[in-house]
Structures are given as C-alpha cells and as structure tokens.
Ligand binder design. Structure first.
Ligand code: AOS
Ligand code: ZN
Ligand code: ZN
Length: 386
C-alpha cells in the first residue's frame, strides 16, 4: 500500500469544481420540485458554493452556465467570487434552449441559425476573458430524430466549421472542452455521440481542444475507465463531468450509483498521470429531491474517497503481479485499495488543513440552511426541467 503520508499530500492538491446549476431548482421534464432558500442570482449561487468550499476545502472553483448565469459585468462577478474565496471556472455554453435550435445549433441546416449559435459560443469566450476562466465547455444537443431527416456527414462538416471558428478565437491559455453524449434530446443520431467523435474533432483542432468525459453519457456497460486511459495516453483528456447514472443521463450524485466504477476511473487518472490541473474534475449534477448544498458536499467527498483509494493502490505490487501473470494477485492489489476505509484518512487530511473532520456535520451545524430559507424568497430555477 502506498504510504498514507504520500496519499495525504496528493489529496491536498486536488480541486473539484462545482456547477452553478446544481445550486438552483431543477427537475425532470415531468416536474420541478422547488426548494426553499435556493439562490435567486448567480451571486447567491456563489455564496452557496462558498459553503461547499468552506467545509470541504477542495472546491474553490464554480462552473458558470450562459445564459443561466447572465450578469451585466462578468469581471465584477469574478471579483465577487474572489471575495468569497472562490474563482470562476469553466464557462458552459448553451445552444440548446432556443426555438431556433429545434433542428440543431452549429449543425443546423440553415446557415443563419448556425451563425447565431456560433455567435453565442464566441460570446462565451468574451466572458472567459472577463472572468479569467480557462475552459469553455461545449455540449451540443444537436442531432436528428428520424432516418433521412438530415445529412449525417454534412452535419459533421458544419460542426467542424463552428469548432474551428471558436478554436481560432481562444486565447493563449484558454481551452475548449468538447463533451459527448450518447443520445438525448436527439434520439436517432447525435452529432457528438461518443468519445471517438469528440476525439477526432479535437485532434484536428489542436492542443487547446480536449475531450470531456461526462460519466453519465455512455451506454450501459461501457468501460469508462478504458476511455479515460486511452484519452490520457493521447493527451486529450481535458476533464470530467462527474455524476452517477442508473439508466441514462441521470445526473445523480457522483459515487452514489457505482463507487467501484468511480474508483476504477480515478485509478486510471492516477496511473495515466492525469492527477494534475490539466484534467478538470467537475461535477455536473442536479439535486431534484435532496437538499442541494449537502448533496454537493457529499459528492465532493465521494470524489475524494475514490481518489484516496486510487492513490492507495500499491503500484509496485500491482506491476509485479501483472508482469508475473498473477491474475488473482493483481486483482487483489486493486481490491485491497478499493476495500480500504479511507474516511479516517480524509478526516485527518481535513483536520490538518484546519477544517472540521466531518464536512456534512459541520455544514448542518452552521445554520446556513436555515438562514437562506429565511433570507431568500422565490429561488431561481437552474434551467433544467423547465
Ligand atoms: C448535458 O447533458 C451535459 O451533461 C452538459 O454538460 C451539461 O449538463 C450542460 O452543459 C449544463 O449546461
Ligand atoms: Zn455534462
Ligand atoms: Zn449530461
């Protein structure tokens, strides 16, 4: 087993980005269950994110979503985040909630609609300039519902054209993270359905284009850790949208459905040299029925636990067993790490950082949940499930 001190040191370097939309009301297409005290403004979302960071110590950045987090002055918003001890993270573009995008955005058959979508993406880069954000995260709902509806190949050409224009606009230190998703809302073809499509586009674009893996965006049974290992090997893993799924893109708390899968993914990240700031560990979740801030704290802790277990894997023992062809021995090395209870170790990491050993309890005792219910009336919907 790797020395606990080395694991602890590595854990203090991890940061996990929380998404602004997870703090707002959300739901399914059937119903949004409004919660009391949810943020009414982007600033209030940041206040809640600051609580998550305060009790976990590892969630210093917040992803924004445009237009859900539209403000007049983004530099001001970045300064506000700074006052709360936070930074603004990835800018998530939205080219999926406008009537014009019924048949697609950047892949739409009509050039005028494509132009409108591209203009939004370029605006998002302007916002990144103001917020100091490094990453532009692109997820396209583009696709078709019926065979013959549009030309599959032409849609790839239109996509490539738009991505190239955005890539051209990126600053020196900015990146484009392209996210794939198997299906939904399109049900027949999706224009970026899988890692291979995302990878092919990113490869053509250049170094600043990277693939983002949303853990909920695969067919059941897909070996996500293999994708992670491969993308890391190719230098093309830009980050994660972490969440859990039981069926499709469920956006449940990461580590809730399959902590073993999360561990396997984190092991490949550690193994592949991805445990650096080059790989963004982001959450992409919606908390429809559970209280949001504690759910996000729990999610951050779940990522930390999987990371700690991955760091604990005895890599030397594993390599020895693997090269000896010791199938059971190699598997046992991995399982030993997975079956370790890392909660005491993480409690120590927190205490050594001056934090409460128990983030969930500390938040519950803080009174913040009660305070926002009194102070905030008429919380804003995150945008999902409208
Ligand atoms: C959609 O299914 C994707 O997971 C997106 O990453 C994300 O939820 C959206 O971009 C938030 O704006
Ligand atoms: Zn996502
Ligand atoms: Zn998703």
């Amino acid at each position: 087993m790797t020395a606990p001190s080395a694991v602890k040191a590595a854990l203090t370097t991890q940061s996990i980005e929380t998404p602004s939309w997870a703090y707002g009301n959300s739901g399914t297409r059937f119903k949004v269950f409004a919660q009391q005290g949810v943020p009414r403004t982007p600033q209030e979302k940041l206040q809640d994110a600051a609580q998550v960071h305060r009790y976990t110590g590892v969630a210093p950045t917040v992803a924004l979503h445009i237009p859900w987090d539209t403000v007049d002055d983004y530099a001001d918003l970045a300064a506000y985040a700074g006052d709360l001890g936070l930074r603004l993270g990835a800018i998530n573009a939205n080219v999926f909630q406008d009537d014009d995008y019924k048949l697609g955005s950047v892949t739409h058959p009509d050039a005028a609609v494509r132009r409108k979508a591209l203009d939004h993406l370029l605006t998002c880069v302007d916002i990144m300039d103001a917020t100091g954000s490094r990453d532009l995260k692109l997820w396209f709902s583009d696709g078709t519902n019926y065979p013959g509806q549009d030309d599959i190949r032409a849609r790839q050409d239109r996509l490539a054209e738009a991505l190239a224009a955005v890539y051209e606009r990126l600053g020196e230190d900015q990146r484009m993270l392209l996210e794939y998703k198997l299906f939904e809302p399109a049900f027949y073809t999706t224009d970026v359905p899988d890692w291979g499509t995302a990878y092919a586009h990113c490869l053509k674009l250049g170094e600043k284009a990277q693939v983002v893996v949303d853990t909920g965006h695969h067919a059941p049974g897909t070996n996500i850790e293999f994708i992670v290992a491969l993308l890391l090997r190719e230098g093309k893993l830009g980050g994660f949208d972490f969440n859990s799924r039981f069926y499709a893109d469920d956006d449940l708390m990461v580590g809730a459905a399959d902590p073993f899968q999360l561990f396997r993914i984190m092991y490949e990240v550690v193994r592949g040299g991805g445990f650096t700031s080059e790989v963004a560990f982001m959450l992409d979740q919606c908390h429809n029925i559970e209280p949001k801030i504690p759910a996000i704290i729990r999610s951050v802790m779940n990522v930390q636990e999987a990371t700690a277990k991955a760091l604990l894997v005895d890599r030397d023992a594993l390599a020895a067993a693997q090269s000896a062809g010791d199938v059971l021995g190699a598997n046992a090395v991995l399982m030993d790490a997975f079956n370790t209870d890392v909660r005491p170790l993480l409690a120590e990491v927190r205490q050594e950082a001056g934090l409460d050993a128990d983030p969930m309890g500390a938040y519950a005792r803080s009174g913040w949940a009660e305070r926002i219910v009194t102070d905030r009336q008429g919380g804003q919907q995150a945008g999902w499930g409208a």
